[in-house]
Unconditional design. Structure first.
Length: 187
């Protein structure tokens, strides 16, 4: 297994049990996201993006064992940027860009889909205000000019639906072993 695969597995094992106000752990949430993407027939890149879309939270937790999770309620820690910086050196844009845009995709969906806000978990509603709230019409137009905006919206929907306590999923090892050839062997 490559260095990046081992690092991802280590982050899941070491920091994946944190919840940041959701009903499932971060690891379970990301595994559910990947499972939903796989079940929907998404590309391997998008399935892997779903698996590691919140890895920025795990990295932030590692950097500050107590403050990263507890401060999430009051401050937007830009976990999507942390994930992008970590993943860019190892994975193609089809993995990294939807992750970098998945927070903006929530803001976008709140602006363009009148039913979307009602689907958000309480934690997502709280972070929405920290992340800038629903996009303006100018922001939505700008978002739609990004070449990966549709994948980011798909990822966001997997993200939103991946908060079911007790849902069975394949293991992180299953996804990493199956999907690593998409770019994770660059290290």
């Amino acid at each position: 297994m490559t260095e990046i695969a081992n690092r991802i597995l280590e982050l899941f094992r070491t920091h994946g049990s944190h919840t940041y106000d959701e009903t499932v752990s971060m690891a379970d949430h990301m595994l559910q996201s990947a499972t939903l993407a796989q079940e929907a027939g998404a590309s391997d890149e998008l399935v892997f993006a779903a698996l590691v879309h919140d890895i920025g939270h795990l990295l932030l937790t590692e950097r500050s064992a107590e403050n990263a999770v507890s401060n999430h309620r009051e401050t937007d820690l830009r976990h999507e940027v942390v994930a992008q910086e970590f993943l860019t050196q190892h994975f193609p844009s089809g993995v990294v860009e939807p992750i970098a845009l998945h927070v903006d995709a929530k803001r976008y969906l709140c602006a363009v889909d009148s039913d979307y806000f009602a689907r958000l978990s309480p934690a997502s509603v709280n972070t929405l205000s920290l992340q800038g709230g629903p996009m303006s019409s100018g922001e939505t137009a700008s978002f739609e000019r990004n070449r990966r905006w549709r994948q980011a919206v798909e990822l966001r929907r997997f993200d939103d639906d991946a908060k079911v306590a007790g849902k069975l999923t394949p293991t992180v090892e299953h996804f990493v072993a199956r999907l690593l050839p998409i770019g994770g062997n660059k290290s």
